[in-house]
Design a protein around this ligand. Structure first.
Ligand code: CS2
Ligand code: MG
Length: 412
């Protein structure tokens, strides 16, 4: 079963997506997500110019060999562009192998370890009434866990907070927040850590008072704090029993988490911008975190992420795969197949895609009782509509940037 074609598909139904499609000489088709938010064309170019030509004529069954060939053979290893490109090839080949075997991918990965993958949704609000409204919306839809993001008094716009309910993805009327903005350059936001640290604990107190002790709550600090500020926040949120506090500090310096871990018992999740097990080595071995956030799409695919999760399992660290709208329905399908199979599954992020996106990708996984279950058909369960995709050409879009009040560039 040889690779006959490798196509790089770019479409923009509400937001930009890059997908790799591999077709074998006996007509089997596999898809892999290659979307890197705000840098989409870098991965598309890497695949089109440097990887697709190398795949033609290769044995599609040799997934591990192809992974190593692209990782070691590419000489320049790791990093978001390379590992997203490798992820797309890997996922497409696993899709094909599962179709060749006539079974859903999770069956090939060892079968189901649970009925469904618990997910969390994105609740946000500019004020408490909006936030409560957004939480109720998620509960009405069946979510059992919600991430809480809120505006900060004195700051115009903050990560994770929809400008209004009407601003929801594809005009959904939901408080969904799409971080990437179409345009020729990034928008610029202003950040103030002290204002944020004063405000967030009060919000969680109000949410607990309103919704009680059992609702599963999460929060994303989005890489903005120093280790000591992160320790402060973790400690101030302990009374509200968070499932996790995410990306408290950039963590390029993994040791920085020691300081946070020493100061607070609030569970920590890190890694959506990490691409290989090496980015986590100390974090996992010293159990400085409780959840790894890398998605299939950015961590070298099923092969790369499964290896990372196997390492994490040795230290009782669980999965918490990144699942915003910039992980395409292909990436989400792969996450659900892997998530339902691995033992050390923790939770799956599930920000809902727009109707336009779902129409293009036709994912067959299902959301019931607050969890995602994989499609019960051979492969990943993706039905990509070329005609619809062609109606949504790529448009430049960027993630915002951040500056402190004195103009200093800060982590967004
Ligand atoms: C976020 C993302 O979902 C999350 O946890 O950190 O929304 C992130 O900002 C985007 O994926 C960036 O592309
Ligand atoms: Mg995040």
């Amino acid at each position: 079963m040889l690779v006959d074609r490798a196509e790089v598909l770019v479409t923009s139904p509400g937001r930009n997506f890059v997908t790799l499609r591999i077709t074998t000489d006996d007509g089997l088709v596999g898809h892999g997500d290659a979307t890197l938010n705000g840098r989409e064309l870098a991965v598309a170019g890497y695949l089109r110019e440097h990887v697709a030509p190398l795949l033609l004529g290769r044995d599609a069954h040799r997934i591990e060999d192809t992974w190593q060939y692209l990782y070691r053979g590419g000489y320049w290893r790791r990093g978001p562009v390379t590992m997203t490109a490798i992820a797309a090839v890997d996922t497409a080949l696993w899709d094909i192998k599962a179709k060749a075997a006539g079974m859903p991918l999770y069956q090939l990965l060892g079968g189901a370890s649970r009925q469904r993958c618990l997910t969390y949704g994105h609740a946000s609000g500019r004020d408490l009434p909006e936030l409560f409204d957004s939480v109720r919306q998620h509960l009405d839809e069946g979510y059992r866990a919600v991430r809480i993001q809120t505006a900060v008094p004195g700051l115009d716009s903050v990560y994770g907070v929809a400008a209004s309910s009407a601003a929801g993805v594809g005009g959904s009327g939901r408080y969904d927040y799409e971080p990437a903005r179409r345009g020729a350059a990034p928008t610029e936001e202003t950040w103030d850590t002290r204002a944020y640290l004063r405000h967030v604990p009060k919000v969680f107190e109000a949410v607990r008072n309103e919704f009680g002790p059992e609702l599963v709550l999460l929060h994303d600090a989005h890489h903005r704090l120093t280790p000591n500020e992160a320790a402060q926040l973790g400690r101030s949120l302990e009374p509200y029993d968070l499932f996790w506090l995410e990306d408290v500090t950039p963590a390029e310096n993994q040791e920085a988490l020691r300081r946070v871990r020493q100061q607070t018992t609030t569970p920590l999740a890190i890694g959506e911008v990490f691409n290989t097990v090496w980015d986590y080595q100390h974090l996992i071995r010293e159990q400085l975190i409780d959840y790894v956030r890398s998605p299939v799409t950015h961590a070298g695919g099923i092969t790369g992420l499964r290896r990372l999760l196997d390492y994490a399992a040795l230290y009782q660290v669980k999965s918490g795969m990144h699942g915003p709208t910039d992980v395409s329905p292909v990436g989400m399908a792969a996450a659900v197949h892997l998530g339902i199979a691995v033992h050390n599954f923790g939770i799956q992020e599930h920000m809902q895609h727009s109707r336009a996106t779902l129409d293009v990708f036709g994912p067959a996984h299902t959301f019931t009782e607050g969890g995602l279950a994989p499609a019960e058909e051979p492969g990943l369960g993706i039905h990509y509509d070329d005609e619809l995709a062609a109606q949504h050409p790529y448009e430049p879009a960027y993630l915002p940037t951040n500056r402190l009040r004195d103009g200093t560039v800060h982590d967004w």
